[in-house]
Design a protein around this ligand. Structure first.
Ligand code: SF4
Ligand code: FES
Length: 235
């Protein structure tokens, strides 16, 4: 355990834990967009900015990827911390003014948001889909666009590898803006414009998972494919 102080409250924090985890244990409301409890931190949106005193100096840092240190002091609601969050939200809003998830968070931290409703579902490069695919699914069908000379700096993108994707939908599930769309059509699932054949449950007949996903699970776990063709409700 390490001793830290958050907003004047003494906290015994777990070694290796982040400022955000400890702040949330104290029920402090810190906005996040690129953070997910089950995924590695990424530090892309900077909405979780707080003020931290280390080596006698106060400075702004992102709380989702800053690990606590013994003696650390944190202010989550100081003028500087709130301004840092507002600035991060302003940058996002400036870039994605029509995206509802961005508008909501920007408004919450005090950015003057226009009254019209946001209709867009932009990719804000939070990296949640890339991390979910790699860390939870174990597939790595998504990557950030190549950092090489051909990279489009004005409009960076997520690259999709149709040969690796198993159609599981985890990326659509974690996407905070609705950019990744997953559609169902009879016995098909469409995601990233790739069409997946769905498998019917051998008990109730409901299409419940893409064939490619079940094949992948069978291959990685050694469970025969036929043992996987019953949906969770009928098991
Ligand atoms: S649907 Fe494809 S890209 Fe999305 S998480 Fe699953 S395997 Fe990765
Ligand atoms: S939630 Fe911390 S940088 Fe995005």
């Amino acid at each position: 355990m390490v001793n830290i102080v958050i907003d004047g409250r003494k906290v015994k924090a777990k070694e290796g834990s982040t400022i955000l985890e400890n702040a949330r244990d104290l029920k402090l409301d810190i906005p996040t967009l690129c953070h997910h409890d089950d995924l590695s931190p990424f530090g892309a949106c900077r909405l979780c900015t707080v003020e931290v005193k280390t080596s006698g100096k106060w400075q702004l840092t992102t709380s989702c990827n800053t690990v606590v240190e013994d003696g650390m002091e944190v202010k989550t609601d100081s003028k500087k911390a709130l301004e840092g969050r507002k600035m991060a939200a302003e940058l996002l809003y400036y870039k994605y003014p029509e995206t509802e998830a961005v508008r909501e968070i920007a408004e919450k931290v005090g950015v003057d948001v226009s009254e019209e409703k946001g209709e867009e579902h932009d990719c804000i490069l939070c990296g949640l889909c890339v991390r979910a695919c790699r860390e939870i699914v174990g597939v790595s069908a998504l990557t950030f666009q190549d950092r090489g000379p051909g990279r489009d700096l004005e409009d960076p993108q997520i690259e999709f590898d149709p040969n690796s994707c198993i159609g599981c939908g985890a990326c659509a599930y974690v996407c905070p803006t609705g950019y990744i769309k997953m559609e169902a059509e009879d016995d098909k699932r469409i995601i990233w414009n790739k069409v997946f054949k769905m498998t019917p449950c051998k008990v109730c007949g409901r299409y419940f998972a893409p064939e490619d996903q079940l094949k992948y699970i069978s291959k990685t776990t050694g469970v025969p494919f036929n043992n996987l063709t019953t949906c969770t409700s009928c098991r």
